[in-house]
Design a protein around this ligand. Structure first.
Ligand code: THG
Length: 262
């Protein structure tokens, strides 16, 4: 499972303030905490308040690069912001994200090829967020068709079904889980799958419990990657345990400690 730390996001007030004040230490501390907790990559999102996302993302990338070489997941709905980040990023990039909209695919798929980046494809289009599994599969097929025509390696594509808060879209949860499994069978080779985990619990009271239960279930449906809070120890324990049950790690009584030391 590819673990992408979600905490460098201008959605969080301390990060928004650090971006505004250009206070590198806050960003670097949050980067290292997430890596120490088991993040394989870090999401980088300037947040909704950034007036200059193209230069803010460069500042974030450069600050993070002083403390870790982990892959960075450039998170913006604006292709120009992602491109701005790619230009200064040393090391592996994950483009977060394209949609099924041809205007976005036309820009972001060639960029992913040029920079040898992994690409996240959201099952969303100009028509909006899908309401059921079939719409998710249809949009995934459109993204897959575009990528294979453009000779982008499908194994480097991560399809995201778009996780919605359980308190607003409870009836869709089962379809979202099934979509994770079915994205894999609509193409050979298969794409990979990813979710933004914390979406599931936004606005709810039992956030941690919802996050770790959804993650455990999604892993059973074959999930390959998640953007999540690696500082949530109970969540990471659930992740490690689910992977153990799925035979991805070898059992010993101290498997939690053993996995963390890796
Ligand atoms: N898919 C992809 N990328 C994504 C998402 C996705 N990037 C952004 C987001 N969704 C994943 N990251 C977060 C980060 C934080 C929260 C949710 C998802 C979160 N934030 C608190 C809240 O909204 O309640 C903010 C708390 C605060 O203000 O301090 O839950 O789905 N590809």
């Amino acid at each position: 499972m590819l673990i992408i730390g979600e905490l460098i996001n201008g959605m969080f007030q301390d990060i928004a303030r650090a971006i505004k004040d250009k206070d590198k230490s806050v960003i670097q501390k949050r980067a290292l905490e997430q890596v120490d907790a088991g993040a394989d990559a870090l999401d980088v999102n300037c947040g909704p308040a950034s007036a200059k996302p193209g230069s803010d993302i460069r500042w974030l990338i450069e600050a993070i690069r002083e403390v870790t070489d982990k892959p960075l997941c450039l998170d913006s709905s604006k292709p120009q912001v992602i491109e701005s980040g790619l230009e200064v990023l040393r090391g592996k990039a994950i483009i977060n994200s394209t949609t099924a909209d041809p205007e976005k695919l036309d820009i972001l798929v060639p960029l992913a090829k040029k920079y040898n980046a992994l690409l996240i494809g959201l099952t969303i289009s100009t028509k909006g967020i899908p309401q059921n599994k079939d719409q998710r599969l249809e949009l995934a097929a459109e993204i897959l068709a575009f990528c294979s025509q453009a000779d982008f390696p499908v194994e480097d594509l991560y399809i995201d079904p778009i996780v919605l808060p359980v308190n607003v879209a409870q009836a869709q949860m089962q379809g979202i889980l099934e979509a994770i499994r079915e994205f894999k069978v609509i193409s050979t080779p298969s794409p990979k799958t990813i979710v933004g985990l914390s979406n599931v619990s936004q606005g709810t009271k039992s956030r941690g419990l919802l996050n770790r239960t959804f993650l455990t279930m999604a892993l059973a449906y074959g999930l390959d990657a998640a953007i999540l809070d690696p500082l949530d120890k109970d969540l990471m324990d659930s992740l490690i345990t689910a992977e153990l049950i799925l035979n991805k790690n070898i059992y010993c009584d101290s498997y939690l400690d053993a996995y963390r030391r890796k």
